[in-house]
Design a protein around this ligand. Structure first.
Ligand code: AMP
Length: 422
């Protein structure tokens, strides 16, 4: 199948040719005709499958063919809601690229930055609005977003949306949408809560399933190094040396951990930076740009921050820790080997994470290749159940002591402040 044979309007086709996209990916081949026919869609597809274009192309096309030609201020015809700022920006970028030969107007709104520029753009009129939930509701409440002309609603990455606690925002939003509309619902995973939510949004949807979460992209080679907790840093340096100057997206479970890893790599003269929810939006954008241009070799990310990252031809993903939720592993490694490219996933596993590898292998129904040529092999044993219990108890105690100490210190600062004020 070629895009040329899919009834795609000429200006969009031309834009796709500019990007050298000739053949649709499976999700595009399935979704584009169904969306163009006006159906609701329940799509089970991960990022990396080409799903953004799968909904963006038919949306641009239907607006171009109807209101896009009309004069007067543009009204919002399509609303795309997605959980993270990075994803929102990326979707809007894609719309800009695919719609560059049409007069379809579009913009993106997200939190964490001042709203002035966003509201100026909205005031000038747009057809397609991409938004994160919080800022969207905020600007609706302030009267900057009018959804009365809306005809297409897209909920993207629905599972991550619920994970991130946006369910109340989504419920509020649903009450504000016109009833008569086409709705497209995408989620990488389809647990019961997601299916329930989709049933409140969709009417007689066509189901599109391209890559069930348990199947990892076939083009990704997966490796695991078993090591000790104390050797992880050195092992990482060894691995990076082995893949010369290749760029790497490296995952860390925690924000604090991500910062620490990036700092340590910099100390060893490896250009790296961390990206996570505590970083300011402009910093995240800057770092992402530097990674895309190759200025940064290793981008260290948390799972949530990485969801929005779209880097073409990323060959290496490294898991500095093994995710305890097996599905997260599938999402992580899906960042490499995108749209038919080959990719490599390398996992570093300390004894306490051995069980997580087993869970992952069960989910993906596949064994991960163990690298035996490893200068830092695992010699420590995982803790027994009793040891683990003791360890957790101790950890909890230390945490409590830390917070009590902090409270005390804060108490002291307060009283000294009061004292000074007096
Ligand atoms: P997405 O799943 O939307 O994040 O897209 C994954 C990546 O595939 C993005 O970098 C897209 O630009 C790219 N892509 C989307 N559609 C195609 C296509 N038909 N041919 C080649 N690359 C594509």
């Amino acid at each position: 199948m070629k895009f040329e044979n899919m009834n795609i309007t000429e200006p969009v086709l031309r834009a796709l040719k500019d990007k050298k996209y000739l053949n649709p990916t499976p999700v595009q081949e399935k979704a584009i005709p169904v969306i163009l026919e006006g159906n609701d869609v329940l799509g089970s597809a991960q990022t990396g499958t080409g799903k953004t274009a799968a909904f963006a192309i038919p949306i641009i096309q239907s607006i171009y063919k109807t209101t896009g030609q009309q004069k007067g201020k543009a009204q919002i015809k399509a609303l795309i809601v997605t959980p993270t700022r990075e994803l929102a920006i990326q979707i809007d970028d894609n719309i800009r690229e695919y719609g560059k030969y049409t007069n379809v107007k579009h913009t993106v709104i997200f939190g964490g930055v001042k709203q002035g520029r966003q509201t100026d753009k909205l005031r000038s009129g747009v057809h397609i609005l991409t938004a994160t939930p919080g800022r969207l509701l905020d600007l609706i409440n302030q009267g900057f977003v009018n959804l009365s002309s809306l005809s297409i609603f897209v909920l993207d990455e629905a599972d991550r949306m619920l994970d991130m606690g946006f369910i109340h925002d989504i419920r509020k939003l649903l009450k504000l949408l016109p009833r008569n509309r086409q709705s497209l619902f995408f989620s990488a995973t389809m647990p019961k809560s997601i299916v329930e939510l989709s049933s409140k949004i969709l009417t007689h949807p066509k189901k599109i399933e391209v890559s069930p979460v348990s199947s990892t992209a076939e083009t990704i080679l997966q490796y695991v190094y078993y090591t000790n907790k104390s050797s992880k840093k050195d092992l990482l340096l060894h691995i990076l040396k082995g893949i010369e100057n290749e760029q790497v997206l490296l995952f860390s479970r925690t924000k604090h951990g991500a910062d620490k890893i990036a700092r340590n790599l910099k100390k060893h003269r490896i250009n790296s930076a961390a990206i996570h929810g505590d970083k300011a939006q402009n910093n995240r954008q800057k770092v992402l740009k530097q990674f895309k241009t190759g200025e940064i070799r290793v981008l260290v990310a948390t799972d949530i921050a990485a969801r929005g990252i779209d880097i073409q031809k990323l060959k290496y993903v490294i898991n500095y820790d093994i995710p305890n939720v097996a599905e997260d592993y599938v999402h992580r490694i899906g960042r490499s080997g995108r749209a038919g490219e080959d990719g490599n996933s390398i996992s570093i596993c300390e004894p306490e994470e051995n069980v997580y590898v087993k869970d992952i292998e069960k989910l993906i129904k596949q064994r991960i290749n163990v690298v035996n040529d490893n200068p830092f092999p695992q010699t420590d044993k995982p803790m027994s159940r009793a040891e683990k219990k003791e360890f957790e108890k101790e950890k909890q105690k230390r945490k409590q002591a830390f917070f009590e100490n902090r409270k005390k210190k804060q108490g002291n600062t307060h009283s000294s402040n009061n004292y000074r004020r007096r």
